[in-house]
Write a protein that binds this ligand. Structure first.
Ligand code: SF4
Length: 328
């Protein structure tokens, strides 16, 4: 916020207009406020609406063209505006979770209606991308919803929700599975040993960690770092769908089986999927090993796993037209 109430009001008005436009683009036909449901709907609640499957929009990406890949011809001729990152946006710890007074209901029953609408909207044609502060504000709206979310059992053990880190205007997005212990404690994704390895991988690509966008499929830590259950991912994935619809990276790197399974809607093994291009909502997706998996490798296989990961990253660099930094 600025020092001027008038500037604050202008900024808030802009953010509200952008949010309403974004809801409209996602297919929402009305905005609901708690306690303001129409009488008929409040008296006889509708059955929970299941989000339609995304299969129709998923499939193999077009074959790679020559490398390096230049920016798309539609890219503006003027240099893009400097990224705008909301103060404390990426790493601000979340507020303590609200008390859970009753066992979690089915995710679809407790999920806000507009989340369902967003999930459905993401499967259809997208509207124009939000730019500048409007994108930051729209992401902050989702972030705030995540902080207050109680839609699955993972709320019970979490310390903080973990939304994202990095640049909401990034060309490259890394998506992992869910927060670990240190991420749960800090509220920021990929800050533990796996995060440090991811940062080294990003650095090897000639990028800074703040130049990419990093998030997870689920926003709360599964106990003992177990894999998220299907209903937990179902409850949480609309947040990720909406994040990606706003960030719209040029390339997604899916880290590990959970992220790959969600984005590509497949149960195929990582061995079959990694090293090849796939697609999520028209965005090229490259599956690769999760940094935690690399760190768990025994000495006899760790070298080969790292080599495979680096081979995958070279495909990403070619697609984005990146050159690795020259070593001294
Ligand atoms: S994991 Fe996702 S759906 Fe479950 S409580 Fe956390 S934010 Fe909500």
């Amino acid at each position: 916020m600025s020092d001027s109430p008038r500037d604050d009001l202008t900024e808030l008005t802009r953010a509200l207009i952008a949010h309403v436009a974004w809801q409209r683009d996602l297919g929402a036909v009305e905005l609901l406020r708690e306690g303001s449901l129409p009488a008929a709907r409040a008296a006889a609640p509708e059955a929970p609406v299941e989000a339609p499957p995304l299969e129709g929009a998923r499939g193999e990406a077009p074959p790679l063209e020559g490398s390096p890949v230049a920016a798309p011809p539609s890219a503006p001729s003027q240099p893009p505006p400097a990224p705008v990152v909301a103060p404390g946006y990426a790493a601000a710890p979340s507020a303590p979770p609200p008390p859970v007074a009753r066992p979690p209901a089915s995710p679809a029953a407790v999920r806000p209606l507009f989340v369902e609408a967003a999930a459905q909207g993401a499967a259809r044609a997208r509207g124009p991308a939000l730019e500048g502060p409007a994108r930051v504000a729209a992401l902050q709206v989702i972030h705030d919803e995540v902080k207050g979310c109680t839609a699955c059992r993972l709320v019970q053990k979490r310390t903080n929700t973990v939304f994202s880190r990095g640049n909401p205007f990034a060309r490259l997005c890394f998506i992992g599975e869910g927060p670990g212990e240190q991420e749960d404690r800090t509220g920021s994704p990929f800050v533990g040993p796996a995060g440090q390895l991811l940062d080294r991988i990003i650095g090897s690509m000639g990028l800074d960690r703040e130049e990419v966008y990093v998030c997870n499929v689920v926003k709360c830590r599964p106990p003992y770092n177990r894999t998220p259950e299907a209903d937990e991912m179902h409850a949480c994935s609309p947040f990720l769908v909406r994040q990606l619809d706003l960030v719209r990276p040029e390339v997604i790197v899916a880290l590990g089986r959970t992220a790959v399974g969600f984005l590509l809607d497949t149960k195929d093994s990582m061995t079959r999927l990694r090293g090849r291009w796939h697609s999520y909502e028209g965005i090229p997706v490259l599956p690769t090993w999760h940094p935690s998996y690399i760190l768990r490798q025994p000495p006899e296989t760790v070298k080969a796993t790292k080599a495979e990961t680096w081979a995958d990253m070279k495909l990403v660099m070619a697609r984005l037209g990146l050159q690795p930094p020259t070593r001294p």
